[in-house]
Design a protein around this ligand. Structure first.
Ligand SMILES: [Zn+2]
Ligand SMILES: [Zn+2]
Length: 283
């Protein structure tokens, strides 16, 4: 079952990516990175976060995400192997992304992710000196690599924890599981309620339709959206913080739609938003 679904995802990415005119090199890159992550998820297996119901309720009540970095049971050999494979994929596609940041290659190729770096990334703090760089492009690539490396862990924990969220009570602008920011949204089938998708662990959570998930503005004058001819996609933009979030309307979408793939398949919307002067909110 898992296997079948995994393969389906990659095939779908290839087919839909082509249909939407994504560059074939980029589709190949996504397929390679997703394959590494799927294998990682399999190795990690089912995780048991071991949180008692009281602890879960207390954290959510106080607006604290359920995952606490120091409670993650990370198997470091698995994680380090993921780092090696992820950096391998980025190296294979240096025509798209440029050379790896020096902190990953010098004095020799890095074969492990320091815990302090993983923790800083998780908490959204500045990366420790051992890896930090002042070069913006290098920094973004480093973040992308750390993100791609830790993602299988984030997703595995989210699978166990997301079902425990009381959606009506959370409604905050960060992920109830890992505290990450959203990078995609959808309107649900039932009532067209708006949900957000976590950029780090793919958890979905219910959120207000008329509120910017990045600056919290609820001013009608700040908030608007663009939509395509079919009314399938929406680009929500905020003129207070100049951020945007892409969204799909599941009332119109193919029932087989896979949300984590949609964020990759809708690069055109990113381009449109950025042409209009808006920035992604999760960076
Ligand atoms: Zn999350
Ligand atoms: Zn805003």
């Amino acid at each position: 079952m898992e296997e079948g679904r995994g393969n389906g995802t990659l095939e779908r990415l290839e087919e839909d990516g082509k249909k939407r005119g994504l560059p074939s090199r980029l589709i190949e890159f996504y397929i390679d990175i997703l394959s590494v992550q799927k294998k990682g998820e399999k190795l990690i297996g089912r995780v048991n976060p071991g949180l008692k119901t009281d602890t879960i309720n207390e954290r959510l009540e106080k607006g604290r995400p359920l995952i606490n970095f120091d409670e993650l049971a990370i198997d470091w050999p698995i994680l380090n192997d993921l780092l090696i494979q992820v950096t391998g994929v980025f190296t294979d596609y240096n025509d798209l992304f440029g050379e790896l940041p020096e902190s990953l290659t010098k004095p020799k190729p890095r074969k492990s992710l320091p815990k302090s770096v993983a923790r800083a990334w998780f908490k959204g703090n500045r990366l420790p000196k051992s890896m930090a760089t002042d070069d913006i492009d290098e920094h973004l690539m480093l973040e992308a690599i750390i993100h791609a490396t830790l993602k299988p862990y984030m997703v595995s924990y989210a699978k166990s924890l997301a079902p425990l969220i009381n959606q009506e009570r959370w409604r905050r602008d960060y992920c109830p599981v890992c505290g990450g920011k959203p990078d995609f949204a959808f309107l649900d089938n039932e009532r067209g309620s708006r949900w957000l998708l976590c950029s780090r662990c793919d958890t979905e959570w219910l959120f207000q339709r008329m509120e910017c998930p990045f600056c919290g503005s609820q001013e009608q004058n700040d908030l608007s959206y663009y939509t395509d001819d079919k009314g399938l996609y929406r680009l929500y933009v905020c003129d207070n913080c100049h951020k945007y979030i892409k969204s799909i309307d599941l009332r119109v979408a193919d029932p087989e739609v896979q949300l984590p793939l949609e964020r990759l398949l809708t690069l055109d919307l990113d381009r449109q938003a950025q042409d209009e002067g808006y920035e992604p909110g999760n960076i």
